[in-house]
Design a protein around this ligand. Structure first.
Ligand code: DQA
Length: 146
């Protein structure tokens, strides 16, 4: 099984960036945590981060036919990007939307997601643990399909 973890804009600054909202962990430490879990489960996991919308669209398109499931924290693009939504839907790859913070308890503009209604599920508000829960969620979903 092949999974792809996608992180969007400003998530490369985790650890430094508003730690009271996003927590103290760096993106690298979160990616390592998930890699360890993937290794334990015998799953191939690729991790990708970009601040650029088009680059993320390209990466999602490249996953077509190669990846079984996507975990995506699209950062601010969650709330704005029709292009990311279209890319995800174009591949038909099941995905889980995730966020470190509880976006529904924050500013109104964060309470809208252009990705959520087509996701297998959404995880938000658990800090770095959101990634672990999303990983377990996509795995349970993919294993129940087979
Ligand atoms: C975020 C929430 C988004 O609203 C914000 O723009 C981010 C991070 C989160 O993980 O909580 O960049 O996706």
């Amino acid at each position: 099984m092949q999974l792809l973890l996608v992180n969007g804009p400003n998530l490369n600054l985790l650890g430094l960036r508003e730690p009271s909202i996003y927590g103290p962990q760096t993106l690298e430490s979160i990616e390592l945590l998930l890699q360890k879990k993937a290794d334990e489960e015998g799953i191939s996991l690729q991790s990708f981060q970009s601040n650029s919308e088009g680059v993320i669209v390209d990466r999602i398109q490249q996953a077509l036919g190669k990846v079984d499931g996507i975990l995506i924290n699209a950062g601010a693009y969650t709330h704005t990007s029709v292009a990311l939504r279209d890319a995800l839907l174009s591949t038909g790859i099941p995905y889980v939307e995730l966020h470190l913070s509880n976006t529904y308890a924050r500013e109104e503009f964060r309470q809208k997601s252009l990705l959520a209604d087509c996701a297998v599920g959404i995880v938000c508000g658990f800090g770095a643990m959101s990634y672990v829960l999303a990983f377990d969620g996509i795995l349970a979903h993919l294993n129940s399909d087979t």
